[in-house]
Design a protein around this ligand. Structure first.
Ligand SMILES: CC(C)(COP(=O)(O)OP(=O)(O)OC[C@H]1O[C@@H](n2cnc3c(N)ncnc32)[C@H](O)[C@@H]1OP(=O)(O)O)[C@@H](O)C(=O)NCCC(=O)NCCS
Length: 151
């Protein structure tokens, strides 16, 4: 069953998140506590909307995002999306995206946007699910511990 995220899902979603991003190809150093902090921050806004894939009472997939108004209508911005490593590659992520797109469309959202790393399998996943790279956009960041804003 795919349904909207609820506060009570936090611990289980943090576990899915940690498992997914600690594995190849991300190899990130997430702890349960750090993951819980990130997810609760993403999900605490009145604009936050998340989704879970639940099977026999266990959460195997999770998405966190926000509905934000843009020029031409309201967008759904996906901040995090992951499936338990042992369940990846079996259509679960695609099923979740189909559900999310339908649910968002029903509530008037006109566009879904997200960032992901170039060249990793997730890029292919989103392309396969109808997403297209915005040709006129680049992702930028400013490191405040290394840049000239440091002092
Ligand atoms: C990316 C992710 C959400 C896709 O969900 P999924 O259930 O594995 O994907 P599906 O089975 O619906 O779709 C499979 C397609 O996704 C791509 N894919 C991405 N990651 C994959 C993985 N770990 N295993 C298999 N396919 C993967 C492939 O293109 C595959 O198509 P193919 O079999 O024709 O090559 C999931 O693999 C995941 O959580 N990965 C780790 C975290 C991550 O990358 N999150 C997105 C970052 S924004």
């Amino acid at each position: 069953m795919i349904r909207r995220y609820e506060q009570a899902d936090l611990t289980a979603c943090a576990a899915v998140f940690c498992a997914a991003f600690s594995a190849e190809p991300w190899n990130e150093n997430w702890t349960d506590s750090l993951a819980e902090t990130r997810i609760s921050e993403l999900m605490c806004s009145p604009l936050s909307v998340g989704y879970v894939y639940e099977e026999n009472g266990e959460i195997i997939g999770f998405a966190a995002g926000r509905n934000v108004t843009y020029l031409f209508g309201r967008e759904y911005m996906i901040d995090e999306f992951c499936i338990r490593p042992e369940r990846q590659g079996r259509g679960t992520g695609s099923e979740m995206l189909t559900f999310i797109a339908a649910d968002q469309k029903r509530s008037g959202t006109v566009n879904i946007v997200l960032n992901t790393s170039k060249g990793l399998p997730s890029e292919k996943f989103y392309l396969k699910n109808g997403f297209r790279q915005a040709e006129n956009m680049i992702f930028m960041s400013l490191n405040l511990t290394e840049s000239y804003y440091k002092s």
